[in-house]
Design a protein. Structure first.
Length: 308
């Protein structure tokens, strides 16, 4: 026997083809979706820091003055019963956001779309005569009776002017309130915002919870991405639905246990460093002329609201 002769399996030129698996790795896979969502959250947070660090209009205003002004605007929006005044506040907020470097597409995504989803769809039945009777604006149907058991619709249903007016008012109030909150959050760094809340007398426990939640949310997102990459590295074939649900259940349980362990470790580390429940953060900012001008504008809007 020739010892230098290679075995037949090593000299073979034909190989068995491995099964081609596409459904496990395409974009619709739940692992890929989760990784994409984590990446989007991280990218949005980085973009948030970029916007908050710009030297624009709202970014230059003292954070405490900004919180007071936005709170006053929210109160005005909540108590106002004038649609034109609400529309004016909305346009005023939009102009300030554009001057502060906020993209109009980002504004639509943060303000108009959520306002339409949470208030527009909820108020959609209110524009009909079934909920809000009134003057006819558009006929939905006529001379048609429909019922199931004890539930029935009227023979004629119309869209009323009073219903459209009420729905528009609710939508404008929701959109304006969201715009004011976006103006505050998007143009202020989170640590500066929590420091300002502490200076305004907000309980230190509440401020600390906000601060720690924001920080450790991204830590857990990074840990989750490591979990997913580890799962992907172990997959060599198509994963069935049962296996997916088993892994998701185990991951949720593991993260719950990990969050409890981290909370205990963080609490022990804070106590070891001298934490006694007081928020000792410092805010090294001074009030300038621009801040006083901003307060004067807010005061003028309050006076105008009282005159209307």
């Amino acid at each position: 026997m020739n010892k230098n002769k290679l075995p037949s399996w090593l000299t073979a030129t034909s190989y068995a083809k491995l099964p081609i698996v596409q459904s496990s790795w395409h974009r619709g896979d739940y692992l890929e979706k989760t990784l994409d969502n984590i990446g989007q959250v991280m990218a949005e947070d980085m973009y948030q820091d970029v916007v908050a660090n710009r030297s624009r209009l709202l970014q230059r205003i003292h954070p405490i003055i900004k919180i007071i002004g936005c709170t006053a605007l929210l109160i005005l929006v909540a108590i106002s019963h004038n649609f034109l005044f609400l529309a004016g506040i909305h346009l005023f907020t939009l102009a300030i956001l554009l001057m502060s470097g906020i993209n109009i597409l980002d504004y639509i995504k943060r303000v108009w779309i959520p306002a339409f989803i949470f208030s527009g769809i909820m108020m959609l039945p209110a524009i009909s005569s079934w909920i809000t009777p009134g003057d006819e604006l558009l006929v939905i149907y006529h001379s048609w009776y429909w019922h199931i058991g004890g539930f029935s619709l009227p023979e004629k249903m119309i869209i009323t002017k009073q219903g459209v007016r009420a729905a528009s008012f609710v939508f404008m109030r929701t959109a304006t309130s969201l715009a004011i909150m976006v103006a505050l959050v998007k143009t202020t760094q989170w640590n500066i915002l929590t420091k300002s809340l502490s200076k305004l007398g907000v309980p230190s426990v509440f401020v600390m919870v906000l601060d720690l939640t924001y920080r450790y949310l991204f830590l857990f997102l990074l840990l989750l991405s490591d979990f997913i990459f580890g799962r992907k590295s172990r997959l060599v074939g198509k994963e069935g639905p049962l296996s997916q649900w088993e892994w998701i259940g185990g991951a949720v349980g593991g993260f719950f246990r990990m969050s409890l362990e981290y909370s205990g470790e963080v609490s022990a580390a804070m106590i070891a460093r001298g934490y006694n429940g007081e928020n000792k953060q410092r805010l090294d900012k001074s009030v300038r002329l621009l801040d006083l001008c901003f307060l004067c504008v807010i005061l003028g809007l309050c006076i105008l609201s009282g005159m209307l």
